[in-house]
Design a protein around this ligand. Structure first.
Ligand SMILES: [Fe+2]
Ligand SMILES: [Fe+2]
Length: 183
């Protein structure tokens, strides 16, 4: 299908931009209900914070010679989840809302659970499960956003790609730990 000529009413857009300046980045081109998007992003923020905390707990829980193999990866993941949380909070702020950092309700709002495994394998399995949960829910969010909010969709797509990378890393680590007979 040929691409239609790009036609916009510049005068009308300038008028609206000026009339609703207090809304910051949110203009009338915003297709999705902004409150609904913010509510979903708050869940993502909670998920990212819980994931950071879980990885940080696992970093210290993985001890001894066996733990040394996985420690660097766990720390790297913790820091990457922190970065995800910051990017999501930034977007919530751009959409005119206050990012929710309330620790009292964090695990209730998170998609992924905070579980510390009993041993190294159990711990890595918990991380893999949490990543697989995130991959699934973030994929749904990307689909749900569609063309309604391309900026949030791109953000979620880029975080999703990193969660897939995390899941892949964990599957690799579990394989190595199993190969070495370490439990
Ligand atoms: Fe993340
Ligand atoms: Fe992750």
């Amino acid at each position: 299908m040929p691409i239609q000529a790009f036609k916009i009413d510049m005068e009308e857009i300038r008028k609206r931009a000026r009339a609703h300046m207090s809304k910051g980045a949110v203009t009338s081109a915003y297709g999705e209900d902004v409150d609904r998007v913010v509510a979903v992003l708050q869940e993502v923020l909670a998920t990212e914070i819980v994931c950071e905390l879980r990885y940080r707990a696992h970093y210290y829980a993985a001890t001894g010679l066996r733990g040394e193999i996985v420690k660097p990866e766990l720390l790297e993941h913790a820091n990457e989840e922190r970065a995800h949380a910051e990017r999501v909070a930034e977007r919530i702020d751009q959409l005119g809302a206050l990012p929710n950092f309330d620790p009292a309700t964090l695990t209730k709002r998170s998609h992924a659970a905070f579980e510390v495994g009993a041993d190294l394998v159990a711990l890595l399995e918990e991380d893999l499960v949490a990543e697989r949960v995130a991959v699934e829910t973030y994929t749904e969010i990307v689909r749900w956003l569609g063309d309604a909010d391309p900026t949030t969709r791109r953000l979620m797509e880029s975080i999703l790609a990193e969660e897939e990378h995390h899941a892949d890393d964990l599957a690799g680590l579990l394989e190595r730990v199993h190969e070495l007979g370490l439990r």
